[in-house]
Write a protein that binds this ligand. Structure first.
Ligand code: AMP
Ligand code: ZN
Length: 114
């Protein structure tokens, strides 16, 4: 845990959030500024700055983030169209530097993203 990290603090329940999923490795919560009817952030409990901060030993954990997203998308009837996104680095729009997978659904999406 990084004591200066917002999402580590949410994972440790030191800052409130609307938690929608948790297990030993992962937690997920509603985005405070949703960009779609469903907008959930899925985080590893382990602190990574971004995807390039992970290594080969983190392969299963990274896969788990996607599988949790698929489970939540299924539960919320989003299978006609949902998006999972990692923003890595400020140039890609990352603003919280604890790796998180966005799950967005409940509306139509354009391609390419802005
Ligand atoms: P990113 O820009 O990819 O780093 O995504 C960070 C996301 O975290 C944004 O969509 C924010 O709305 C969201 N966010 C920031 N602070 C909080 C918070 N306290 N609780 C829930 N979501 C947050
Ligand atoms: Zn963190």
């Amino acid at each position: 845990m990084d004591p200066n990290c917002l999402f580590c603090k949410i994972g440790a329940k030191q800052i409130p959030a609307k938690l929608v999923y948790e297990d030993d490795d992962v937690f997920a919560f509603e985005d405070i500024n949703p960009q779609a009817p469903t907008h959930i952030l899925i985080c590893p409990k382990k602190h990574f700055v971004a995807l390039h901060d992970a290594g080969a030993g983190d392969q299963a954990l990274l896969g788990k983030l996607q599988l949790v997203a698929a489970k939540l998308a299924t539960e919320r009837n989003l299978l006609s169209g949902y998006r999972t996104v990692f923003n890595n680095g400020s140039g890609a729009g990352q603003s919280v530097f604890h790796l998180h997978l966005h799950l967005l659904g409940g509306r139509n999406f354009r391609w390419p993203p802005g």
